[in-house]
Structure formats: structure tokens, C-alpha cells
Design a protein around this ligand. Structure first.
Ligand code: ZN
Length: 310
């Protein structure tokens, strides 16, 4: 597979000043290939000598390389499921191709589950983990595969479809999905009703939860891989007492009774009344057609703030 790809490492290094540009150049060289993206073949074609799968404690992926990045060995946790391993390989490849990244543990990169979800923060470690994650998601989930869903209402069924299409975990797919949606949208990740973290796009408001908090009631499917209908939830509880922000929720159960997440969204406060009314009108039209919004569509007066919680 590696020989068939014939990637040009030198050209990639020449544009490699940001993780986004590196991923973009790889995709330019790959052309319009069908998903899933062959991440192992790409890594082996770009001077990764070996990808090892071993039981790992304390990290999901690691990279051993030299300062010049002449070669590298990637290790991933064989106890993690296959889609997570693919993401870990892409993340470590990001460290390898971002030549300014510095090893953080005994001369090597050793990245934990928490590192794999970092999307910001202060300090050199947070910055390079953010960049490795940015590279990984740009490599594994190019925007072109999301475009067919962008004209439809947000729906976690789309996330399931994309997760299968891209061979990417539902968690990572959801994070990508949220960031590419035009409306205010957030994904809340929890385990047994306990808040873990939230991933929200820039127009979604702050949520008043910290890790370990018990979340307010949310819908449940009662079975693994199930997706609930869209239902309204108590916005005052979810948004720390802010009234008037209608919210709805949709939940996808990932593992039996242990982990689930929901995405939420609302209309922003900052739009002008005229512009907001126009947007609301369009959304109302869409909502009427949306199979998951038959009731909600009738409750959207365009003159007031409303929202959708996915
Ligand atoms: Zn890392």
C-alpha cells in the first residue's frame, strides 16, 4: 500500500508550517480518494518505519523519532478499538511531521487519552497536542465528506454514518461534525450521567459544568448504539439560569449504560432582530421537513430567541 501512494515527503515538509497545511498537502497528493483514509499507508510512505500494536498502560499512542525526523516508530494501544487506533496513528504522525514538536517523555512522545482530545490551552504541551489533533482530524475526516450533510438538520444519525464511512470513532466524528456545522451546536460527553467534557462551536454559549458534575436529566435510548428523538430539555438548568433559550437534545448511547453523549445548540443572542427573523424563517422551513422535528417546528416564533439542542 505504501508504494502505491507515492507521497512526496519533501513537498510536504516544504509547506509544513501548520498542521492544517501539512494535512492539506497530503490530501492534494492523494487526490480524490474514497474513504476511509489509509492512515497506515500514509504513515509508512512518509518515513514511519514501523507501526507497532502493543498493550499500553497510561498512553494511547507514542512516537519514537530523531530530531531531524529521518524516521520514526509509532506504537498504539492494541487494547483500544480499531477506530481509536487509527486516530492515534494519525495523531502521532502529526507529531512526526510537525518538526517543531518536542518529545515530552524520556525522549519520546507518549500521548494519553486526554492528550487526544486537547483543542486548546496554554503551554507548549497543550499547543503541540492541539496541533497533532488538528492534523489528525484534517487527515482522517476531510471536509468534503461532510458536505452532503451540511444542508440537512443536525442529526446524530449523520455522525453514525460518517463514523462508519471514515472508520473514525464516534467521539472524534462528533467533534468534527460540531465544528463544521453552521448553527450553534455543542457535544456533551458523559459517562453514567457524569459530565466529562464539552466540545462546542464558537457560537454556542458557555455551559456551567465541570468534570465530575452530574448532568441534568437528558433523554435516553436504553440500548447501545441507539439514537433518541430530538426532545426539548430544561434550558434554565442547562444554561445556568438563563431563560428564553429554548433547547432540545438528542443522545447517542455509545456503550451499555456507561457512556453516552448528546449535542446541543441554540440560537445566538447577538443576531439583529431582522437577520435573526430571516434565519429563523429558513430554519422553520427546514424543521418542518426534518423527520426529527415534527413538534418543535410549531413552537418556533421567529420574533423570539429559540434554539435546538441536538
Ligand atoms: Zn500527542
Amino acid at each position: 500500500m505504501a508504494a502505491a501512494l507515492e507521497l512526496d515527503r519533501m513537498a510536504i515538509d516544504d509547506v509544513g508550517f501548520t498542521p492544517e497545511r501539512i494535512a492539506l498537502e497530503i490530501h492534494r497528493q492523494l487526490g480524490d480518494i474514497a474513504p476511509p483514509i489509509p492512515v497506515e499507508g500514509i504513515a509508512l510512505d512518509l518515513d514511519i518505519i514501523e507501526i507497532q500494536r502493543r498493550p499500553a498502560v497510561g498512553y494511547e499512542g507514542s512516537l519514537l523519532t530523531d530530531p531531524e525526523r529521518s524516521g520514526g516508530v509509532i506504537q498504539v494501544n492494541k487494547n483500544s478499538f480499531f477506530k481509536r487506533q487509527r486516530y492515534s496513528i494519525a495523531h502521532e504522525l502529526g507529531h512526526f511531521l510537525c518538526a517543531w514538536h518536542q518529545p515530552t517523555s524520556c525522549g519520546r512522545f507518549a500521548c494519553t487519552k486526554r492528550d487526544m482530545i486537547v483543542t486548546g490551552g496554554d503551554g507548549a504541551h497543550a499547543r503541540q497536542e492541539t496541533e497533532a489533533n488538528s492534523f489528525a482530524i484534517d487527515l482522517l475526516a476531510p471536509i468534503r465528506f461532510f458536505s452532503r450533510y451540511q444542508r440537512r438538520l443536525p442529526d446524530l444519525d449523520h455522525v453514525r454514518d460518517l463514523s462508519n464511512l471514515l472508520d473514525l470513532s464516534k467521539t472524534a466524528t462528533t467533534r468534527r461534525y460540531v465544528m463544521l456545522r453552521p448553527e450553534p451546536l455543542a457535544a456533551v460527553f458523559c459517562r453514567d450521567g457524569i459530565f466529562q467534557y464539552v466540545h462546542r462551536n464558537p457560537s454556542f454559549p458557555w455551559l456551567p459544568f465541570k468534570e465530575g458534575d452530574r448532568l441534568p436529566p437528558a433523554p435516553s435510548t436504553g440500548h447501545v448504539e441507539g439514537v433518541t428523538e430530538m426532545v426539548e430539555i430544561d434550558s434554565e438548568t442547562w444554561l445556568d439560569g438563563r431563560r428564553g433559550a429554548g433547547l432540545s437534545a438528542q443522545v447517542l448511547e455509545q456503550q451499555a449504560g456507561t457512556r453516552s453523549f448528546c449535542c446541543i445548540s441554540r440560537w445566538p443572542d447577538s443576531r439583529s432582530p431582522v437577520r435573526f427573523a430571516q434565519t429563523c424563517s429558513l430554519r422553520t422551513e427546514s424543521l418542518i421537513r426534518g423527520p426529527r422535528f415534527p413538534d418543535l417546528s410549531e413552537r418556533i416564533p421567529c420574533s423570539s430567541e429559540q434554539g435546538i439542542l441536538l
